[in-house]
Design a protein around this ligand. Structure first.
Ligand SMILES: Nc1nc2c(c(=O)[nH]1)N(C=O)[C@@H](CNc1ccc(C(=O)N[C@@H](CCC(=O)O)C(=O)O)cc1)CN2
Ligand SMILES: Nc1ncnc2c1ncn2[C@@H]1O[C@H](COP(=O)(O)OP(=O)(O)OP(=O)(O)O)[C@@H](O)[C@H]1O
Length: 194
């Protein structure tokens, strides 16, 4: 049963990855500017002082203009750094240098903070492959965010960033999967009731 779900996730991820890969540049640019506006609205409405986000790759919905906006507003932004033990360290965004880590993910080169640093933020913006209409989230297959969110005692609002077509009726679900409070897509913000 569990294997069947894991296989279903893998197949769905491959399909979603391919769809992202074939998006055109004008489509990406239009999505990016609308997405940024909604992320700015979300952070402004919540009055955040510190957030956790990530540095998107070219095929991901572009959260970089939002990260830069937050930094210019003096909102502290923490970025994930993948560890070999499956946990995430965090490092502050300072508009400085970045490098690709061994998984190919853009990673900051600023000072490393421990996995506990995320306990101090008031909004977490996470990547996702797909989210369903109840808020159940499927990530990219390494469990980093499920582990991180599952380890938090008191979790601030968590919003996944996706393209519109990636919000679906139902995602394959395993016991350890963590739901999100909402999604931000180019067409707007959806809040789930939990
Ligand atoms: N920009 C960005 N940074 C991020 C993430 C992300 O999704 N986007 N992460 C979010 O977690 C963490 C890194 N996570 C990763 C998740 C999966 C794979 C990966 O190689 N996955 C396999 C697919 C496995 C499968 O399909 O079952 C692959 O792509 O071949 C790499 C890094 C932290 N930083
Ligand atoms: N809280 C957890 N504790 C231990 N192992 C976990 C936990 N969450 C996920 N895992 C393991 O991580 C692997 C990937 O899980 P899954 O396919 O659900 O990842 P995902 O939702 O794509 O990841 P992410 O949350 O990083 O985006 C699985 O082998 C799973 O057993």
């Amino acid at each position: 049963m569990t294997d069947a779900v894991a296989n279903a996730k893998r197949a769905l991820r491959a399909e979603l990855r391919e769809r992202r890969r074939t998006m055109t540049e004008p489509e990406r640019e239009a999505a990016s500017s609308r997405l940024t506006q909604h992320l700015v609205d979300l952070a402004s409405d919540l009055g955040v002082r510190r957030i956790a986000a990530y540095l998107s790759r070219p095929d991901e919905p572009d959260v970089r203009p939002f990260v830069d906006w937050a930094w210019r507003q003096d909102i502290e932004v923490l970025l994930p750094v993948s560890r070999n033990d499956g946990l995430l360290d965090w490092a502050p965004y300072d508009a400085g240098a970045e490098e690709a880590d061994h998984l190919g993910m853009p990673t900051p080169t600023s000072e490393l903070l421990s996995p506990l640093a995320i306990n101090e933020v008031d909004l977490i913006v996470v990547p996702a492959a797909s989210v369903d209409r109840t808020g159940m989230r499927m990530g990219w297959g390494r469990g980093y965010f499920d582990k991180t969110l599952g380890s938090m005692e008191k979790c601030p609002p968590v919003y996944a960033v996706l393209f519109d077509s990636e919000v679906v009726d139902e995602v394959p679900r395993e016991r350890h999967d963590r739901p999100v409070d909402g999604v931000v897509t180019p067409s707007g913000i959806t809040h789930f009731s939990r």
